[in-house]
Write a protein that binds this ligand. Sequence first.
Ligand code: SAH
Ligand code: SF4
Ligand code: F3S
Length: 493
Amino acid sequence: MSQKTKDMSRYFTPPDLKAAKKRGKEQVSVLEFESLPEEMREIGKGKKYLIKTFGCQMNVHDSETMAGILELMGYEPTETEADASIILINTCAIRENAEDKVFGEIGRLKTLKTENPELILGVCGCMSQEESVVNRILQKHQFVDLIFGTHNIHRLPHLLQEALFSKEMVVEVWSKEGDIIENLPKVREDGLKAWVNIMYGCDKFCTYCIVPYTRGKERSRRPEDVLAEIRELARKGYQEVTLLGQNVNAYGKDFTDRTYTFGDLMDDVRKIGIPRVRFTTSHPRDFDDHLIEVLAKRGNLVEHIHLPVQSGNSDILKRMARKYTREQYLELVRKIKKAIPDVVLTTDIIVGFPGETDEQFEDTLSLMREVEYDSAFTFIYSPREGTPAAKMKDDIPMEVKKERLQRLNKLQDEISRKKNEALRGKVVEVLVEGESKKNSEVLSGRTRTNKLVNFKGPKHLIGQFTHVRITEPQTYTLKGEWVEEMTVSRVSG
Ligand code: SAH
Ligand code: SF4
Ligand code: F3S
């Protein structure tokens, strides 16, 4: 152990991937975030914070919670590194290149820390749950002041206080955690669209994936807490919520005091006056008929489902431990399309899983053609230490993996283009988010199916729903013209 952490027994809890996996069906405790004592509310007075976020929506929303906690401690936000008294790096461990980016960032911030020794530099998020990462920081990046895990966010005030006063590296990463903390303060980045956690963790243990180790076991928030949060967001004027979980279809399976599923939750959310409700991510395995029935009722439940398939070959799916076959997945897609004919499906796909043959990869291409996704996130397999797939023989050359990725992306682009082309001349409902990044004359917004639409229109439309006729569909975005009269019948798109 490094010199710097030698005396830090009280706050030195290193992560342990094995401990993370050894979990049973322990009772989940729901705890309330305790309000901070007066002296803690003073810590950040006159100081600024900056949070750099990597990874998925879970992390984006965790950063909103950390911002909430820091503001409760008196800190104010800044976008300028040099003005910050505390910089937190909220990290992602999903693929090696995600980790490389973070180490690059930590290295870069060393200069700032040398210039300003008072700066508190913290590393949190999924990478801090990995032993190898914590060890590397302890050995090579001793200028880091604070490391805390995904289960320790509510402890930030105490950890920060310790880091400020002790001047030793504070490390607190709980590996096995099954609690849910309610009433955490949040500073949401957006005033229109909000993230809402419905559950935490993942118990699926897909063989390539690090998430079950970094995020702990599956545990669902109580429906009354979720519904109250959404009602409050509606009251505050939010137009859209996205329900978050690594596997939202497992929602409620851990309740011991009631039977209440994700379908039940969606049916209750449907009755709340918030115009659009999305969810991510749903695992095909637990996607049941009840949920399809509820989604077919539409209303505020939008006709877009992100349904990661990962591979189109049943043998690969088996070795990935996805627990469905190609046929079962296609059957699910058929059922969904029958109930919601204009549904937009999107997916995640991994190429170059250990041992994937050319024929097996061809199955992924043919599945893509059959389902006709509107878009897809595609990845080259990246071995993650501690996962079962990392021990499988991986003899596919990187060149081949890259070539497969290119072929897959090319096919998806063709399909995306064709799907968008079908919207030419159609009128779609758009939630206007703001000016387009490229041209301030142009407004940008999203359809119910989450497609980006650019059009010229008056600025007062920002924050509102309007109608746009699609005139120039492209592969990734749609261009259109504003339809002024509101008498048009609503067409989804
Ligand atoms: N819980 C979500 C996925 C979260 S991770 C789900 O199961 O759908 C987002 C995506 O990253 C995954 O769907 C997968 O396609 C990809 N991914 C995860 N681990 C990976 C790895 N080791 N290498 C490459 N891609 C990976
Ligand atoms: Fe990872 Fe699978 Fe869990 Fe998704 S369901 S987070 S891919 S283990
Ligand atoms: Fe990355 Fe953790 Fe999300 S590994 S993808 S930030 S759950």
